[in-house]
Design a protein around this ligand. Structure first.
Ligand code: V47
Length: 360
């Protein structure tokens, strides 16, 4: 039987076998992925009104791909105070943001209590805002620095009002590649355990994959399968609470950092990866074509290749843009809506948990 048919019949295949999905042309993969996304969401494209806040770029880790952290190539260290973070949240809320996405470098300077106080202060100032914060890499960093145990860190996050976790820090789970690109950071097993425990607490999170550097197709598929596996936990599925909301493939931005690559990703390879994600990740509801990473244009095309979400207005994007992406100032709500509609889709503003708020 044809490989695609075997995959759609949910035959148990390994990453090596499944990586052969890339041998199909993009139209075949796209048609199947588009069919699956339309079954669930018709021709809706989701976006949200959000604000990214990155409290500091001072980092104890040295990931080769990172252009955001203060380093020899980026000698502009900064550190925000809790007051600044709160005031950015209030201003974003007044402009219509429903979510703040707070992710930091792994700072040697902030105390454990600083994080808890900061989240409490944000939630106290704007109780209505959805607080999406702390990558699994940060949770692991705090656990190791302050000897807390990752479970305690996650439980404390719940107590101070963190609503959901973003998907950062996943990079590529393959241990060899990971060792080369981000040695010393949270390992793959722990990244997955942290999200799994968060899901057991009844909370939602996202998951990412950084691709287009030194990884190969098998590594990408292996990454997706590891995510699909933890999403299968029967207790969590039965409880109908907690789990991954969205998978976000992040295209590697190759400027101002220490990871030199020889093979640049084609648009075709990016779209195939998005289609394969939709086909393989049948238990993760949303595939986010993060426009800051893909560009607005390709993120819109990706909506015909299995993606159903663009991410949000962002207001201030520091990580992809540090690596060369044109996303520094976010995108206005008006432009986001116009672009989605011009591409022939229905523009749906959602909240952070994908409840539909308004159609434009
Ligand atoms: O973990 C770092 C990546 C991630 C580069 O959960 C890079 O809704 C490309 O996770 N080129 C952080 N990527 C961003 C992130 C995210 C973004 C938007 C929404 C959500 C969500 C999560 O950015 C890091 C890392 O994988 N990254 N450097 C780079 N040069």
């Amino acid at each position: 039987m044809d490989l695609l048919q075997r995959v759609l019949k949910k035959e148990n295949l390994n990453a090596q076998e499944l990586s052969k999905l890339y041998d199909y042309d993009i139209f075949t993969l796209g048609q199947v992925a588009d069919g699956l996304r339309r079954e669930k969401y018709d021709n809706k494209v989701f976006f949200n009104m959000n604000r990214h806040i990155n409290p500091t770029n001072i980092c104890a880790d040295v990931c080769k791909f990172c252009a955001f952290s203060a380093s020899r190539k980026n000698p502009n260290p900064y550190e925000m105070s809790i007051d600044e973070i709160v005031s950015q949240t209030i201003n974003a809320y007044k402009r219509g943001a429903k979510e703040v996405h707070i992710v930091s470098a792994h700072s040697p300077n902030y105390s454990y209590e600083w994080y808890l106080d900061m989240f409490s202060a944000v939630k106290k100032a704007v109780p209505q805002i959805h607080l999406k914060a702390m990558t699994a890499a940060e949770v692991d960093f705090l656990d190791r620095k302050f000897n807390k145990g990752y479970q305690k860190v996650l439980e404390d996050m719940v107590k101070v009002g963190v609503d959901s976790m973003p998907g950062g820090g996943a990079e590529i789970f393959d241990e060899e590649v990971r060792k080369y690109i981000c040695k010393g950071k949270v390992d793959s097993k722990r990244w997955l355990e942290i999200h799994h425990y968060w899901h057991q607490l009844g909370r939602m999170s996202n998951c990412t994959m950084l691709f287009g550097h030194i990884e190969n197709r098998v590594h990408r598929v292996d990454h997706m399968l590891r995510l699909r596996d933890i999403q299968q936990d029967k207790n969590i599925v039965d409880s109908k609470q907690g789990g991954f909301n969205a998978f976000i493939p992040l295209v590697y931005q190759n400027q101002n950092n220490f990871l030199k690559i020889e093979n640049f990703l084609s648009g075709q390879e990016i779209l195939k990866t998005i289609s394969i994600a939709r086909i393989l990740l049948d238990n993760i509801p949303h595939i986010k074509a993060y426009w800051a990473s893909l560009s607005l244009n390709l993120a819109l095309v990706a909506q015909e290749f299995g993606a159903d979400d663009m991410d949000g207005t962002i207001e201030n994007e520091s990580i992809q843009s540090a690596g060369g992406a044109k996303s520094k100032n976010g995108v206005s709500k008006e432009e986001m809506i116009a672009q989605i509609k011009n591409a022939g889709f229905r523009a749906i503003e959602r909240d952070s948990l994908y409840n539909e708020l308004q159609e434009f």
